[in-house]
Design a protein around this ligand. Structure first.
Ligand code: PEP
Ligand code: MG
Length: 579
């Protein structure tokens, strides 16, 4: 019988194939007592397993394909380091000796103790470390129990055509699976920046994460459909469902071929107005796609990835190198680099702040940066230095007050003055902009625009704060509606304010890529969009089908009706007349 499991789509597309299930975390461990020579035997067995695990990981390390994202290799190195750490080398031996138990049990006790410590810390970064402990401990347990290597770890493994289903993929898994011909990934855990998501996007295959307990309902070789667009995993589909998705695959293939023709093409509306179409960058891997599709630049470079999955803040030099590299890769096209927006759904590993009861309303983005100079200063210095190497635009996230702008500008000017005195090169005209994500800032966009060189509408947060819904809470996401008249009014006001004072404005939230919103945004006067490179060609296509005059006329008419909106209902009626 067909059934569906719902998660989060992190890499688009549809795939159909048999399931290969990685059952790694369900190793049953039993305790048995040992004594006398038995204790020494267990210790030797444990030490042999350590050696073997190190050899396995070193072999994986040596076979990393060239295109593998750098952070995957770094994770394997960190697993190798864990296999040298006394927590995993000395403690289990002590437990075997003192408790007189088998090696597997001692290792399990030590694993539970380590996880309990991490659990108490309640920090999302440390949850990643928890997963790492499990990956390493499971590898040791499989060796101790003489379990056969996992199918995907065999050198002659053939996983071509399979959909891989796992709790989460370990970095070693991701390396082993490259070039295997896997058609999709589906995992129980993970988010858009998990290894699974990174790998799926770089391989260009569909992927859904957050499918809680999926493996409980699945058996090896069950036929499944992964719908990365909708974030759904369909199990045991009937013939009609299969036919429907096969047709969707055919349509997608044709559609993708059509879209490819728009690579490198200038973005213009049907009536010939040029529109700026830039890309959002979340990870360095995205740059390849940005160049392939021919974006006009980067409208949002999220710097959070530089700060995550590590124990300390990246220093000025490391950040400087990353920004200069980005400028070089983009070959003279402008890059808008956003200062780090940690907090809320992007937890801050290195801050003492715990986020409070409502982290989305707490110390995040610019608030956190202004509070913690150790976080903000090295980034500002790195960005200002990097501005000498290319067209860099600095962007401040989550602004709510003008004081935050003044304070940030003051810090920037002070650093620029110091560099001037020390003859450190920088671009004195580097544009400094701010994100409009908080309703209070949207309502005073004219005041923010006066003080800044450009504005960018961050609608992901603007919708969250205007609709009073947590953007990561499944229970209220039905209210997450960019077409809500309240949102449309706010966006329109920001666009009008920028037009009135002649300051450029971009939209870099997901709303900019929503085909239902693009015509309205054009009609309201938006001329600069920044979207994920994976959807950029689609956005270019929608824009090219729009007649600007028609949309402007429609918005004018809609704005007059009843003294304002709702755009949405009027727009639906308008769309109906087009078909
Ligand atoms: C936004 O809020 O719209 C935005 C682009 O920022 P982020 O999604 O990174 O919060
Ligand atoms: Mg935001």
């Amino acid at each position: 019988m067909t059934f569906a499991l719902h998660g989060v789509g992190v890499s688009r597309g549809i795939a159909i194939g048999p399931a290969h299930i990685i059952q790694r975390d369900q190793i049953e461990i039993t305790e048995y007592p040992v004594d006398g020579e038995g204790v020494n035997l267990e210790i030797r067995r444990f030490q042999k397993a350590l050696t073997q695990a190190r050899q396995q990981l070193r072999a994986v390390r040596e076979h990393i394909p060239r295109q593998t994202p750098g952070d995957i290799a770094a994770f394997i190195d960190s697993h190798l380091l864990m296999l040298e750490d006394s927590a995993l080398t000395v403690e289990p031996v002590r437990l075997i000796r003192e408790m007189k138990v088998n090696a597997e049990w001692a290792l399990k006790l030590q694993r539970d103790a380590l996880i309990a410590v991490f659990d108490e810390m309640e920090d999302a970064y440390l949850r990643t470390r928890k997963d790492d402990i499990d990956h390493v401990v499971n590898r040791l347990q499989r060796i101790l129990l003489n379990h056969p290597p996992l199918r995907h770890e065999l050198p002659d493994n053939r996983l071509a055509g399979y959909v891989v289903i796992a709790d989460d993929l370990s970095p070693a898994d991701t390396v082993m699976m490259q070039g295997e011909g896997i058609v999709a990934f589906a995992t129980e855990h993970g988010g858009p920046t998990s290894h699974t998501a990174i790998l799926a996007r770089s391989l260009g295959i569909p992927s859904v994460v957050g499918l809680h307990q999926a493996r409980r309902y699945l058996r090896e070789d069950d036929l499944v459909i992964v719908d990365g667009n909708e974030g759904v995993l369909l199990v045991d589909p009937d013939e009609a469902t299969l036919e429907y998705y096969r047709e969707q695959q055919r349509l997608e293939k044709r559609h993708r071929a059509q879209l490819r023709k728009l690579r490198g093409v200038e973005t213009r509306t049907r009536d010939g107005t040029a529109i700026e179409l830039m890309a959002n960058i979340e990870l360095p891997e995205d740059f390849r796609q940005v160049l392939a599709v021919g974006a006009d630049g980067v409208g949002l470079y999220r710097t959070e990835y530089l700060f995550m999955n590590r124990e300390s803040v990246p220093d000025e030099e490391e950040q400087y190198k990353a920004y200069v590299k980005a400028l070089r890769v983009m070959k003279g096209l402008p890059i808008t680099i956003r200062t780090v927006d940690l907090g809320a759904d992007k937890p801050m590993p290195h801050s003492r702040n715990e986020g409070g009861q409502n982290p989305a309303l707490g110390l995040r983005g610019i608030r956190l940066c202004l509070r913690e100079p150790g976080l903000f200063q090295p980034q500002l210095r790195a960005l200002i230095r990097a501005s000498a190497s290319g067209p860099l635009r600095l962007m401040l996230p989550m602004l709510s007050t003008l004081q935050e702008v003044e304070q940030s500008l003051e810090l920037i000017r002070t650093i620029q003055q110091e560099f001037r005195e020390r003859e450190i090169p920088f671009d004195p005209d580097m544009p400094i902009g701010g994100m409009i994500e908080v309703p209070a800032a949207a309502l005073c966009a004219d005041l923010f625009a006066e003080r800044l060189d450009f504005l960018s509408l961050g609608t992901n947060d603007l919708i969250q704060y205007t609709m009073a819904i947590d953007r990561v809470n499944d229970q209220v996401n039905y209210l997450y509606d960019p077409l809500n008249p309240g949102i449309l009014r706010l966006v329109h006001e920001v666009l009008k304010a920028c037009e009135a004072c002649g300051k450029p404005v971009t939209m870099c939230g997901e709303m900019a890529a929503d085909p239902r919103c693009i015509p309205l945004l054009l009609g309201m006067g938006l001329r600069s969009f920044s979207v994920h490179p994976g959807v950029l060609l689609e956005v270019r296509k929608v824009i090219s089908e729009m007649d600007l005059k028609e949309m402007e006329g429609f918005i004018r008419k809609a704005s007059r009706k009843g003294g304002g909106f709702p755009f949405h209902a009027l727009y639906e009626r308008y769309r109906a007349t087009l078909h």
